[in-house]
Design a protein around this ligand. Structure first.
Ligand code: UGA
Length: 451
């Protein structure tokens, strides 16, 4: 049995979080899927049915679709158009040296597609840009590159649209299976209708709103969504600083009250060490850069970034004042991933905090249930990596909880008392039962709490 309606098969350029998750999902729906990924090691792992990323549910499903022969990974695009009708571009768009998004991978993918198209004999395929790109990129950069390298015309010999991705790391597969909306941006109705029809074979169209618009609007929707989420987080972190300074202040309660207003909503109001990851900070910078190019004053976005940075530095300064200096003091950092459920440490609060602690002379020991290897690649040998929480806390002068992994919420105050040299915990993610720890003799500092 094969899914996908009119589509014989799907190609995906770039097997990162978005590409691989999409590929596994499509293959699980019996859509023949080919991932093209230039990293040979990654291709090798995928072809053995092994997931290159830590993501709930992905390893099992990946193994199954590879074993069933529905999903395949290759390093070259080759003559893929003989087998597929839709190609998704899901390559990365990291921040470039001047703050603008680096579009080189999108450009390279467009060239590969153009070359493959030039050599193909089959009908007009649909090319879908899923990478996060600034407004104007799909029509102003991707389209001309494909047209030039293939000598074919967009809207006639091939079709093009933007279809931003809204999945979250840690629940990537779940989000891909149950998107809360589908946004399609194009200038040609055939492209929009074809992608819509394809998705209707995969999702229940009655349950998922679909918005069809121009490419520019679709591109902007993605950047604006991530910027707005970051804004909510920085806003509640600003309120958390106020809560710490006013008697009885508790940002958890304030956020609850705010969230009860249906115009605000309860999500993304968790105060703490701020946002990290490969998306929110990068997309904020991209939007800021784009707005500046248009002469639009985007200082609101500067404030969002400044508050985010301040949350991390405040914790380091607090550690310093609690210990009367950090030189030679042993600090345990619990949690390295930018959020639970992932092994991704890109722009993680913990990494920034650790660098700052080291710069101030602290001896740093770290733990994370999934991200130790990735952290080691970033931080190198200057810190001690612990496989067990107990080893991380043993003899420590202070501990900082920087990722809200469920195992840290289960910490027992008496264990902390017996292991730590100085039982002080900075709860950067507000997950501990503060009262219980204090009653047991542990000194705690919780973000957003008057104490
Ligand atoms: C984010 C968006 O949520 C996705 O919709 C989007 O598709 C994705 O970026 C992307 O552009 O690819 P993600 O980076 O996986 O997803 O992570 P989030 O769940 O958004 O969390 C981002 C950061 O904000 C984390 O560091 C998290 O700890 C922090 N956060 C989140 C808070 O500090 N408080 C909150 O209330 C929520």
């Amino acid at each position: 049995m094969s899914g996908g309606g009119w589509v014989r098969g799907v190609g995906i350029i770039g097997a990162g979080y978005v590409g691989l998750t999409l590929g596994v999902f499509l293959a699980s729906k019996y859509v023949r899927t080919i991932c093209v990924e230039k990293d040979e090691e990654k291709v090798g792992r995928i072809m053995k049915g092994l997931s290159p990323i830590h993501e709930q549910g992905l390893p099992e499903l990946l193994r199954q679709v590879v074993e069933d022969g529905v999903l395949e990974a290759r390093t070259e695009i080759g003559d893929m158009f003989e087998e597929v009708d839709v190609i998704f571009i899901t390559v990365g768009t990291p921040t470039g040296s001047d703050g603008s998004p680096d579009l080189s991978q999108v450009e390279e993918a467009s060239r590969q597609i153009g070359n493959a198209l030039a050599a193909s004999k089959t009908g007009a395929p649909l090319i879908v840009v899923k990478s996060t790109v600034p407004p104007g990129t799909t029509w102003g950069i991707v389209r001309p590159i494909i047209e030039k390298t293939s000598d074919r015309v967009c809207g006639k010999d091939f079709h093009l649209c933007v279809n931003p991705e809204f999945l979250r790391e840690g629940s990537a597969l779940q989000d891909t299976m149950n998107p809360d909306r589908i946004v399609i941006g194009t200038k040609h109705s055939w492209a929009a209708e074809s992608l819509k029809k394809f998705y209707e074979t995969l999702y229940n169209p009655k349950k998922i709103p679909m918005l069809i618009t121009s490419p520019t609007n679709a591109e902007l929707i993605k950047l604006a969504t991530n910027a707005y989420l970051a804004l909510k987080i920085s806003f509640i972190n600003l309120i958390s600083q106020i809560c710490e300074a006013v008697e009885d202040g508790d940002v958890g309660v304030v956020a609850e009250g705010l969230g009860l207003d249906p115009r605000i909503g309860p999500l993304f109001l968790r105060a703490g060490l701020g946002f990290g990851g490969s998306c929110l900070p990068k997309d904020l910078r991209a939007l800021k850069w784009f707005a500046a190019g248009l002469g639009v004053d985007a200082s609101l976005l500067d404030s969002v970034l400044a508050i985010n940075g301040a949350q991390r530095i405040r914790v380091v300064k607090k550690s310093e004042s609690l210990l009367g200096g950090l030189r030679g003091r042993k600090v345990a950092v619990l949690g390295l991933a930018f959020k639970p459920g992932t092994d991704d440490v890109r722009e993680a609060a913990a990494i920034e905090i650790i660098r700052e602690l080291l710069a101030r002379g602290a001896e740093v020991r770290v733990h994370d249930p999934a991200a130790l290897d990735n952290a080691m690649r970033v931080l190198g040998g200057g810190v001690t990596y612990c496989q067990r929480i107990q080893d991380c806390l043993d003899g420590a002068d202070l501990a900082i909880i920087s990722t809200e992994w469920p195992e840290y919420a289960l910490l027992d105050p008496s264990t902390v008392m017996s292991l730590m040299h100085n039982p002080i915990i900075i709860d950067g993610r507000r997950i501990l039962d503060n009262k219980r720890f204090r009653e047991a003799g542990v000194k705690t500092y919780t973000i957003g709490l008057y104490q």
